[in-house]
Design a protein around this ligand. Structure first.
Ligand code: NDP
Length: 450
């Protein structure tokens, strides 16, 4: 039987995914973006067509949906929906964060899980891909409410995770506080101190150094690698950053450490501009300690100003780091960035740039790092946390940061070589997708049809 051409095969798979996952726009966007780049890989590996690798890769191995009931501070019963999508474990236990945000639905969790499969492969840390979360909104909730919600969420999740099965971590709305409550409940329900079941733990009880900083630092390391290839660097450049959570904060910190000037941060209400460079201590005080809005920063910082609503990508910068959420950088924003002389864009968030924006940026010769590669430092450091937990050891900050730096260099190299191999040197979207895909596909091939 003759095989279809790579293009025909990709089109058949895409149609099947579209008809089977109607009403899931984010998931379809993520799948399309990957399939669009894989023809040259399938040309080289017809055995992946023959063994149905793609048909299997686009279907999660397991999808878990559950009710999460809890009681708020007024004694009222609240009901949320919980998710865990175990996408692919060919390379190791499922690994990926939990997102607590009102916009979470199955499409969002599946797009994140799908991306995670390739990202985790790029880290070479032997971890599979998964993602989870809930439509619970931590904003405005008391500590006690967040704790009760986390306990209720874990009461179901406990049946599906384990250090050799599935290892969740944080994402939007899930930081050290939530991981602490989740771990406490896991320990209580199982009677086991299984440190490696969650990552992003407190440093006093199994959390790795640099895990908090890793995603942001890693994104800047990746940008520095891309720029270095072109004989350039971060130093002396203005950086526009969106978001003001975990990823954004540590992107700003590393840009400053490398001699650049990060001048913006944002949240879902608006953005701030601080031409003197973001005062990190104040940012952390406002966002991490007080959990206040970003507008508060401008209230307290002379010379900074706040723009309600608006679009942070209107601000001029040579570097751009979208670190908030999916589809936050659209075609019009990309045009504005190009007009203002942007040189490199590195995605700290997952899928923040729309396909149209990516195309425009690449056509304009802007260096573009997709999230799968640029934000892989977080999950890579989570894997380092798992191995430290298993060995009952603890690395210091410098050793952990050096290892993260090395991993990001390797991820960059892997993506760059794949972009060369498949015909478009410097196309990091092609590079990340194809290098990640080949690693997972080969493992799936060798493990048989399951
Ligand atoms: P946080 O919850 O710490 O911060 C999220 C930030 O993004 C906040 O400033 C938030 O503002 C803003 N934001 C969230 N949703 C929206 C929205 N719909 N519109 C506008 N702004 C929004 O999350 P993280 O920093 O951890 O995550 C940010 C991104 O990075 C996500 O895409 C995540 O998947 C990705 N990522 C995170 C990793 C990690 O290690 N934490 C690892 C890899 C990727 P507001 O408070 O107003 O909602």
């Amino acid at each position: 039987m003759s095989l279809p051409t790579p293009e025909a095969h990709l089109s058949t798979v895409l149609h099947a995914v579209e008809s089977r996952n109607q009403g899931e726009p984010e998931f379809l966007q993520a799948v399309r973006e990957v399939l669009d780049t894989l023809a040259p890989v399938l040309e080289e590996h017809p055995e992946y067509i023959e063994t149905g690798i793609l048909e299997r890769l686009v279907e999660p191995e397991r999808q878990i949906l559950f009710r999460v009931s809890w009681v708020d501070d007024n004694g009222k019963v609240q009901v949320n929906r919980g998710y865990r999508v175990q996408f692919n474990a060919a390379l190791g236990p499922y690994k990926g964060g939990l997102r607590f945000h009102p916009s979470v639905n199955l499409s969002v969790v599946k797009f994140l899980g799908f991306e995670q499969v390739f990202k985790n492969a790029l880290t070479s840390q032997r971890i599979g891909g998964g993602k989870g979360g809930s439509d619970f909104d931590p904003a405005g909730k008391s500590d006690a409410e967040v704790m009760r919600f986390c306990q209720a969420y874990m009461t179901e999740l406990v049946h599906h995770i384990g250090e050799h099965t599935d290892v969740p971590a944080g994402d939007i709305g899930v930081g050290a506080r939530e991981i602490g409550y989740l771990f406490g409940q896991y320990r209580r329900l199982t009677h086991r101190y299984e440190s490696g079941v969650l990552t992003g733990k407190g440093k006093g009880w199994g959390g790795a150094e640099v895990r908090t900083e890793a995603t942001g630092y890693g994104a800047v390391f990746f940008a520095e690698e891309m720029l270095a290839r072109a004989g350039e660097g971060v130093a002396g450049r203005r950086a526009v950053v969106s978001g003001s959570g975990n990823v954004a904060t540590y992107v700003i910190e590393k840009v400053q450490q490398l001699g650049g000037r990060a001048i913006t941060a944002s949240d879902s209400s608006g953005y701030i501009v601080d031409e003197a460079g973001i005062d990190l201590e104040l940012l952390k005080q406002v966002k991490e300690t007080e959990r206040a809005r970003i507008s508060e920063y401008a209230e307290r910082r002379p010379g900074a100003h706040y723009v309600a609503g608006g679009n942070v990508w209107d601000v001029r910068g040579e570097l751009a780091f979208p670190c908030a959420t999916q589809n936050e950088l659209d075609e019009a924003s990309a045009r504005e960035l190009i007009k203002n002389g942007v040189r490199a864009v590195a995605e700290g968030a997952n899928m923040p740039a729309t396909p149209e924006a990516i195309e425009l940026l690449q056509e304009a010769g802007v260096l573009f790092a997709p999230g799968k590669a640029a934000n892989a430092g977080g999950v890579a450091t989570s894997a380092l946390e798992m191995s430290q937990n298993a060995a009952r050891s603890r690395w210091d900050f410098d050793k952990s940061e050096n290892r993260l730096h090395e991993i990001m260099r390797d991820v960059h190299e892997l993506c760059y070589s794949a972009s060369e191999r498949y015909g478009k040197p410097g196309d990091y979207v092609l590079g990340a997708n194809s290098a990640g895909f080949v690693t997972v596909a080969q493992a799936m091939l060798e493990q048989g049809v399951i």
